[in-house]
Design a protein around this ligand. Sequence first.
Ligand code: MN
Length: 286
Amino acid sequence: MSTQRQVRHVLPAQRAVEGDGFVVRRPFPVPGVELVDPFLLLDQMGPVHHGPGEAVGTPEHPHRGFETVTYLLDGELEHRDSLGNHGVLGPGDTQWMTAGRGVLHKEGPTEGFLRDGGHLHGVQLWVNLPADSKMIPPAYQDLTADAVAVSEPAPGVTVRVVAGEAFGLVGPGTTHTPITYTHLSLAEGASASSAFPTDHNVLVYPLVGSVDVGGTTLAESELGVLGPGEVAEIAGAGPDGEVAEVLVLSGRPLNEPVARYGPFVMNTRQQLIEAIEDMQAGRLGT
Ligand code: MN
């Protein structure tokens, strides 16, 4: 009999404003919870309906020392960077950006989405890079909706694995340390369970609706950090017949020092100073 992971901490998302007025729900970092190793930040964008001309993005900004993983459930987002990369994400698409030694980029609505408006819903996760990989060259993985591993193992359950091995699937994403990234859709009362390596931190975040995990209910936008065990079982908890859309993340902690300043995440204060100097000298791109 395998041991079940229980919810150990509940982190209700806080409202935060990014970029040009981009409103997000952020379960971490918040005061007292700087990271859930190896994850540095989780932002939920929407779900929101933008009227014509209302959608906003971020002005150009740098990153160094980690990865940004953007997954869209609804709407459109466009991305441009200082290396000449350009892409558009639609529903079910993931952009896995390894900032490595550094990149300057902009994220925001496409011209058509800005003009016409529409529904937007997505998440951006920041994944820390280990010390020996922080200065690797920047790289992208465009993981389109049709590349994601999908199954319907039971009535009312849809599993989509973007990276790692979980819920019986292996996702297409390549990671620098062991990580799993799953989107579950769970009808009320339907459940899915998966083993995770016992040394992983496991996070369960209902983007829409509620879930039950080991006897604890997580409401919409309440992040559950699970305690030790072998298996996590997650059940849709409505409310009112609603299908829960749930992000399930796991990762092996890096257990390394974290020095953080805005868009730079390094191991030492000296490395942060170097990052700022490199940005000011144009070495992260112009
Ligand atoms: Mn960014």
